[in-house]
Structures are given as C-alpha cells and as structure tokens.
Design a protein. Structure first.
Length: 461
C-alpha cells in the first residue's frame, strides 16, 4: 500500500477556497487523515504563494490533486506545478476557451467519435469514445496535429471550468473526475501504428503533467482478443493506480456498465434509453435553464470568472472578477529549473520493452462496485489496497481514457488519442539538463527551502 509520512509541523488550516466540505474521518490512499491532507495542502499553498504562482481561484481540491500525483512530496509537487505554469503559458491555456475556435469540431468528431453524455450514479460526467470507429485519414483531412492537441487541451479546460462545477453543484459535493466508456469494437493493431503511438505518448504526457488525478473509472467494452496485445502497449504509459481503474469487458458489457450508469443516462446505441449523439454534448452542463436554476452562469464559468463561495465563510463569489494569469509573470529560467526536477515520461519504444508487461486478464467486476468503491475510497481516490510507487513517474491519464478517481469526488477528462501523420507544428517540451542530486540527508523542509532559493521571486500579482 502506498504511504506518505505525516506532515511536519503543527496542523494547519487551508487559507484558500474550499468550495465543498472536506470528507472527514476518512484516510486516503496514502494513509493520511483529512487533517494531515489539509496541512500538506496549506504547506503547498504557502510555497506557491511565496513563488507568486498561486491564485485565489485555485482551490483546495486542485492543489490536493497535484500533491496526490506526487505522493505528497512537496518538492516534486512544486516542480510539477511550475511545469504546469510553463505549459499554460505555452498554450495560452487560461484563455483557450475564449480565443481558440475549433471550427472543424463536427467533422473531427465524425472521424473520431468522442464526447460527454450525462452523468453516472456518482454524479460524474460520462465520457464516451468509439475508438473502433476512428478514421485516421479523415482526421488528417479535417485538421492538423497542433489544432487537435489544442482542442484536446480545450476540452480538458471546459471540463474543469464548466462541466465539473455544474456536476458538483447538482451533487452538492466536490465532483472533479469523469467516468469513461471506451468502445473498442473493431480495433486492430493498425490503430496503434508508430505515428499513433508517438502522438499517444505526447498527449499522455500533457495529461499526466497538467491534469493529474482526474481518472476515476473506465469500462473498456467490446474488447476482442487482440485488445490484450494492444493493452500490453498502452498500459506501459499508465501507473499502477491508473491501471487498477480500468475494467476490460467483452461484448456482454451491459450488466457491468449498468452498475455504474443508470439506463436512463446511457445512450440507446450502447444499450441504454437516452437519446442524443456525442456531437450534441448531452448533459446538465448544456441545459441553460437548469444551470441558471443552480445560480450559475455558463459564460462566466467558461471564462473562468465565476468562483464558488468558501464553505468556511472566508471568501464570497468574486462577482465575475477574472483570476490573474500568473504564467506570464514567471521567469523562464525559473520554470526551466523547476521543470527539470520533475520525472519525465519514458521514451516511446517499438521494441520488446514496449510489451514487457504482457497482456492483462479481463477484470471481474465486484458484485457491487459502487458500494465497494464508496467503502474503500470515500475521499476521492482508489482503494487503499492498491499498489503504487511513491516516487513514480507523473500520474498518467491515457489521452483516450478521460476518467477519474473516487466514489465521493469525481474527475478525469478523456481526450483525443489517435491521429496519424499529422503536421509537426505542435511543440514538444524541450528536455532540460538535470539538476544536481539533492542530498537525502536533508529534511523535506530543508529541500523545499532550497527549492525556493533556486527560483527567483517575481513581482506581486
């Protein structure tokens, strides 16, 4: 079982926004109590605030996701956060919902069917991908690699800024994950050619580094025998905790899926009774009247201007005041120093190493997965019995899987995973020289202090 040491120093209260009550009397995957988690999150917030890279709209649950992705290692989480700041600057992420228009959305989704459709029994948005119907040649005709990646990022941002807040408001608790359904009927080895593998690795790295801990559960349906071979390649991009959230099902998938999703919320073309296509984006987030009845404004959410009040009464909604883009103020040298400390994704290989882990056996769903998950994981993560690595590479969310961890909280967004010989316009992060090794004899707080000194401060926000 993964574990994290108790935080150093006295218990602390998080001094930022907590939009929904924190679950009490529940230890997470790392054996930490809610108070210990909150202490870590506040320590993390103070580090980021001193570096001028924390905004008020970046709440408790967002910071906790980055900590969990690095097993509560403050130094590694800080490096991950700084790398995310650089990512946002490179792709203009903070404004991507307003200034990037994916005009080819409809034909692209025809070539790669994917999208949201209502919610599961836990209140998480359901993200569906029809991987077997991907038409790579059609994708190349309607878009290029750079625009596809930007659309991928834009969908993550839309999920985080619009879809999940609406789901949380409906559920009355924090929802920051998604539930995924991936239909692999008709998938063959050609779907994982060298170019597709390259793009998968690139997108997966963007996901794991910038949208951590957003994977709850996914049902891979209509899995043929050849999928075991495909899975042997794909699973190499995923950490053990992520692997545990993937349920492989054959053509008799419906009973297992209905344990997670009500029939009324499952599309009729997957055996449910709900109507609508993936292009139509069916869900509460698309219902203007429903959203208005919840006291939310879709446009303000989309622009990142609407913040929820703090449950402890220390903050109110910001009345539409946008958060400040801190990415533009952080020196590039600082970002490079911090990013160099973060573990990197292993290179994509076509050799035997890519299949070293072999095929998995189809998982057998528990009689009541919702009850089991709620008992094992009532604080937004997976079962405490799952194996993990305290110093693992960045927590990965497979680009095509867009799902999430937890029974009470909900989160990851599936995204475009397949493309063939698209344009090479997309930039990939340049590898930075590795910093000198940090002495293990120093305490955690000493290392964090050294980390802060290595990064120059910037002007006040």
């Amino acid at each position: 079982m993964p574990s994290a040491p108790a935080p150093q120093g006295p218990p602390l209260e998080f001094q930022g926004r907590i939009p929904y009550e924190i679950e009490q009397d529940v230890r997470d995957d790392w054996g930490l109590t809610p108070q210990e988690q909150e202490t870590y999150v506040e320590q993390f917030r103070r580090i980021l605030e001193r570096k001028k890279v924390w905004r008020e709209d970046q709440d408790y649950y967002l910071l906790r996701r980055f900590l969990r992705a690095r097993s509560y290692d403050l130094e590694k989480a800080t490096a991950m956060w700084m790398n995310n700041v650089a990512f946002k600057k490179e792709f203009s992420v903070d404004t991507i919902l307003e200034d990037f228009v994916f005009e080819e959305r409809a034909p692209f989704l025809e070539a790669y069917p994917q999208g949201y459709h209502k919610c599961d029994k836990l209140g998480r948005p359901v993200y569906i991908q029809l991987l077997g119907k991907v038409n790579v040649e059609a994708m190349k005709r309607v878009t290029n690699e750079q625009r596809m990646i930007k659309f991928h990022i834009q969908e993550y941002e839309r999920c985080g800024k619009v879809i999940l807040p609406v789901c949380s408001k409906l559920a009355g608790r924090n929802i920051d994950q998604t539930f995924g359904i991936m239909d692999v009927k008709g998938v063959g080895l050609s779907h994982f050619s060298g170019e597709v593998k390259r793009l998968l690795g690139l997108i997966t790295k963007y996901d794991q580094d910038n949208y951590p801990e957003m994977l709850g559960h996914i049902c891979v349906i209509n899995a043929p025998w050849v999928f075991r071979t495909i899975w042997a390649v794909v699973r190499g991009y995923l950490d053990p905790r992520t692997q545990s959230k993937i349920e492989i099902l054959d053509s008799n998938y419906l009973p297992a899926v209905l344990k997670w999703v009500d029939k009324e919320s499952l599309p009729d073309w997957l055996g449910g009774s709900s109507h609508g296509t993936l292009i139509e984006d069916v869900g509460p987030w698309s219902d203007d009247k429903l959203v208005a009845s919840l006291g939310l404004n879709l446009e303000e959410l989309r622009l990142g201007r609407l913040m929820m009040p703090d449950v402890r009464g220390r903050f109110k909604g910001n009345g539409g005041k946008p958060g400040k883009d801190v990415a533009a103020e952080v020196p590039e040298s600082c970002l490079q120093q911090e990013a160099a400390r973060a573990p990197s994704l292993p290179p994509i290989s076509d050799g035997p190493a890519a299949n070293a882990q072999g095929a998995i056996k189809p998982s057998i769903p528990s009689p009541n997965p919702l009850k089991q998950q709620a008992q094992e994981n009532t604080n937004g993560t997976v079962s405490i019995g799952l194996s993990d690595q305290s110093n693992r590479a960045p927590a990965t969310s497979l680009g095509a899987l867009g799902i999430s961890p937890s029974a009470r909280e909900a989160k990851d967004v599936p995204t475009p995973l397949v493309s063939s010989n698209l344009s090479n316009n997309a930039r990939t992060p340049q590898k930075q020289p590795a910093p000198a090794a940090v002495s293990k004899s120093r305490s955690l707080m000493d290392r964090v202090a050294a980390l802060e000194k290595a990064c120059p401060q910037v002007s006040n926000m």
